[in-house]
Design a protein around this ligand. Structure first.
Ligand SMILES: Cc1cc2nc3c(=O)[nH]c(=O)nc-3n(C[C@H](O)[C@H](O)[C@H](O)COP(=O)(O)OP(=O)(O)OC[C@H]3O[C@@H](n4cnc5c(N)ncnc54)[C@H](O)[C@@H]3O)c2cc1C
Length: 377
């Protein structure tokens, strides 16, 4: 690296961290990347990327591999409890081939982003135990006792960010009171390009195809939530009509992902030479399928700003990054919050009323919401 090039530590080798590392490396900056887990293989879930996320992948030159790893979601249908049709949306008809979201497993997206430029080196099983900064640099202490000096530290360590705790203390989550479970089933007989959701009374089930298995997700109120897959199966029984076999599959599997449906908006993302990226500063509910795209867009902007400055000017670059991203991220996050009460009503009356409104809603309202966030296809 050129003398004066900022020394950058990226904490968290997830979607935001690996996008940032790739974009920095593309600009000739080799960051240090540390990741808490030993390996990425987890239960995971489907990620759908809208064109805004796809543009970032293209920018990194990974578009062809992304295309091969993903399936297009050409249509999206909502159903009532028991499987009756509520509303169908023809994404391809309204947005064109390039405007539809594309779906893949989270682990595949991580692998793709990490493969940039022959592979980003990630130091696994490593995290930051402490940091101190002055006007000139950040002194970092890793959990193995090693220390190092950096010009910028990026907390890309997700919704439960340890870097956020170090710089901002304990922060309250915004709780929806819901819990989400994810699992995988084979794709037999499932249309390979359609996403379906079943909006029940106080319960939700949805599925998304990928190039291999189908990703299933279910949500219930967190209080009194099931603690085993079979209990979950029993609580969801009947919600998905003809596709109930995906719920019955819960009786035979023990690997089910489980997430609190909470999000977070930190008023400040920058603390001197330390900055938060992705879910660490603005965590998204999965309702609109945009958290990953937002994290990736932000990573690209942060890389661009950091690539324009020398070590001394890092705080200015971080300030510009926040200025360029804040309004857009907050606006998109508002939309993913707004969807929770639409998708989940607790009472029969509330559900019936919601169903009437969803059926009456002009398709243009939905499509214009999507195109408002996305670059025009
Ligand atoms: C069930 C579910 C479905 C979703 N579906 C979609 C979707 O379809 N489309 C979409 O756009 N978004 C979706 N999202 C949201 C999306 O996953 C997140 O917005 C996105 O992953 C944020 O990226 P990130 O890099 O900030 O966090 P993450 O991807 O969570 O990465 C954080 C990384 O940091 C590591 N880490 C954590 N703590 C430390 C530490 N102390 N030290 C070092 N490393 C650490 C973690 O192990 C992880 O690798 C979904 C989320 C969930 C939960």
């Amino acid at each position: 690296m050129m003398p004066g090039t900022p020394r950058i530590l990226v904490v968290g080798g997830g979607i935001a961290g690996l996008t940032l590392a790739a974009a920095l490396r593309r600009n000739g900056i080799e960051p240090t990347v540390v990741e808490k887990v030993a390996r990425y293989g987890d239960v995971g879930y489907v990620i759908t990327l809208w064109p805004m996320g796809r543009l970032v992948v293209d920018h990194l030159g990974l578009g062809d591999r992304f295309e091969a790893l993903t399936v297009p979601i050409n249509a999206y249908s909502t159903h009532t409890d028991g499987g009756g049709r509520l509303r169908d949306f023809d994404f391809r008809g309204r947005l064109g081939d390039d405007g539809v979201p594309r779906a893949l497993r989270r682990s595949e997206l991580i692998e793709l982003l990490g493969s940039f430029g022959g592979g980003t080196e990630v130091r696994m099983t490593r995290t930051v135990a402490g940091l101190e900064q002055d006007d000139n640099a950040v002194q970092v202490r890793f959990d193995d006792g090693a220390t190092a000096e950096f010009d910028a530290v990026v907390g890309a360590d997700g919704i439960d960010s340890g870097i956020r705790r170090l710089v901002a203390g304990k922060v309250s989550m915004r709780c929806s009171g819901l819990r989400l479970w994810t699992w995988w089933t084979p794709g037999f007989g499932v249309a390979p390009d359609e996403s379906h959701e079943f909006w029940g009374v106080g319960r939700y089930f949805g599925y998304n195809p990928t190039t291999g298995q189908v990703g299933c997700a279910a949500a219930l109120r967190a209080s009194g939530a099931p603690t085993t897959p079979t209990q979950l199966r029993d609580r969801l029984r009947g919600v998905a009509g003809q596709q109930n076999w995906m719920i019955d599959a819960l009786g035979d599997i023990d690997r089910v992902g489980s997430f609190d449906l909470d999000d977070l908006r930190l008023p400040n993302w920058r603390f001197g030479r330390v900055v938060l990226l992705g879910d660490a500063g603005a965590a998204f509910l999965p309702t609109a399928g945009v958290g990953a795209s937002m994290a990736m867009e932000s990573a690209l902007v942060l890389a661009e700003e950091l690539s324009k400055v020398d070590a001394a000017q890092v705080p200015d670059a971080l300030r510009r990054y926040v200025g360029r991203r804040r309004t857009r991220v907050d606006a998109v996050q508002n939309r993913s919050r707004w969807l929770i009460p639409v998708m989940q009503r607790r009472t029969r009356f509330g559900t019936a009323l919601r169903n009437v409104m969803v059926r009456a809603m002009p398709e243009n309202t939905v499509i214009s919401e999507i195109t408002r966030w996305n670059p025009q296809p």
